[in-house]
Design a protein around this ligand. Structure first.
Ligand code: FAD
Length: 383
């Protein structure tokens, strides 16, 4: 580092930011990483670490793969069971390993991996006051710091409320492509299989679902999420709904008979990837939630956060090799992200739209699928 001058400024050291920094180990770029938190820190989530995230994480290096295998604070999951509004159940068994891990642990693992990149200088518990884009550089002023940091490129990895997306891409919340969700931890929930995630699709709460994801040590991540537009239109209180669902749905009432809630019910937003957005521009790129890449049907965002970070690394290399950081050149990044993800995101959006207010369709299709349990293993081979 030469004073406050860097090649790259990464805002956010969550899954997207930390993965990006890990992939840049030994690249030689000087990197400033800014996060408003210190680590370990929690993040409101369902804690399901999808197979895509595992694959990208393990590809960082054989050493990372080895350390992730040793990382204890995770539980492997066999798959997931979807419950239709009238109770029919269908299970999918995943081919690719997925895990459930409290984000306080998983994100800390990623953060520690990133810190092995000795070309990165960390600014933790620092708040960004302003971002000023200039022709030859970007200036980031931290609150309470005298001098701004400057970089050739800024990476917005700062999550759902990204300041980079707001300031540089003019992003606002679009309730039709945004979800609200809450989660709480419970002990002593009684599940049929403690290695399967449960997704409960409920009449009156579509599009959305109630989930139970089993962690280690008899702990369960329990949550409920819905499309933000529907939450406002139907004036739904997510916290009250979570508690109400547990009391009202007979199978859940039974599962939670001896359960004990640990801690508060907490909520956060999910920017969905159901519309294409501009995710780069002159001297900037957005990754993960800042780029709004969350699966519109399942709410999974960690896998796409890691994928976008990996693709941003490719673009960073192109930029420095060509010494080009203009908006037109950066568009290769948008193209690559959507080439990988758009078909899948569009398909999931279609499912989300199709199931809105059609609980009968869910009942019918899940009941039908339940007659062919082998389907769950065949389809799961592709997940
Ligand atoms: C209730 C809920 C349940 C979910 N369940 C799942 C799930 O089970 N599986 C799944 O795959 N996805 C799930 N998601 C989505 C998932 O949490 C996100 O997609 C994922 O965290 C995206 O990673 P990220 O690195 O882009 O952002 P984040 O994880 O949000 O990390 C952003 C980082 O940036 C920092 N930051 C933010 N603003 C600033 C700022 N102004 N200055 C400096 N630093 C800043 C934050 O402190 C944070 O460390 C869920 C989301 C919610 C809300």
């Amino acid at each position: 580092m030469a004073g406050n001058k860097f090649d790259l400024i990464v805002i956010g050291a969550g899954p997207a930011g930390s993965t990006l920094v890990s992939y840049l180990k030994a690249s030689g770029y000087s990197i400033a990483v800014i996060d408003k938190s210190t680590f370990p820190r929690d993040k409101v989530c369902g804690d399901a670490i999808p197979g895509r995230a595992v694959r990208i994480l393990e590809a960082i290096s054989p050493e990372t793969q080895h350390r992730f295998a040793q990382f204890q604070a995770k539980r492997q999951t066999k798959g997931g069971t979807a419950f239709a509004p009238k109770g029919a159940a269908f299970s999918l068994y995943f081919k690719t390993r997925g895990y459930i891990s409290k984000r306080i642990d998983f994100d800390y693992f990623l953060y520690q991996e990133a810190r092995l990149n000795t070309d990165a200088t960390y600014f933790l518990e620092e708040n960004v006051q302003s971002i000023k884009m200039e022709e030859e550089q970007v200036r980031v002023q931290l609150k309470g710091q005298e001098k701004p940091l400057t970089g050739k490129l800024i990476l917005g990895c700062d999550g759902a409320n990204s300041i980079v997306a707001r300031k540089l891409a003019g992003r606002t919340v679009d309730a039709a492509h945004h979800c609200g969700a809450v989660r709480a931890y419970f002990k002593n929930v009684c599940l049929e299989d403690n290695f399967m995630m449960e997704f409960h699709l409920l009449k009156g709460y579509l599009p959305g679902y109630f989930w139970i994801f089993p962690l280690e040590n008899d702990l369960y991540n329990v949550g409920f999420g819905m499309l933000s537009k529907e939450i406002s239109a139907r004036k739904i209180n997510l916290r009250e709904s979570l508690q109400g669902i547990i009391k009202q749905v007979p199978t859940l009432r039974k599962a939670f008979n001896n359960a004990e809630q640990i801690g508060d019910i907490e909520g956060f937003g999910l920017p969905l990837g159901s519309v294409k957005r501009s995710i780069s521009g002159h001297r900037f790129m957005l990754c993960g939630d800042a780029a709004s890449l969350i699966d519109p049907a399942t709410g999974e965002g960690i896998g796409n956060a890691l994928l976008s970070a990996r693709l941003a690394v490719e673009q960073i290399q192109l930029c420095f090799n060509a010494d080009r950081f203009d908006a037109k050149f950066m568009k290769t990044y948008d193209r690559k992200v959507y080439e990988k993800l758009w078909k899948e995101l569009k398909g999931k959006y279609l499912i989300q739209r199709l199931l809105k207010d059609r609980s009968w369709l869910l009942d019918w299709s899940i009941r039908l699928a339940a007659n062919f349990p082998i389907l769950g293993r065949v389809v799961g081979k592709f997940i």
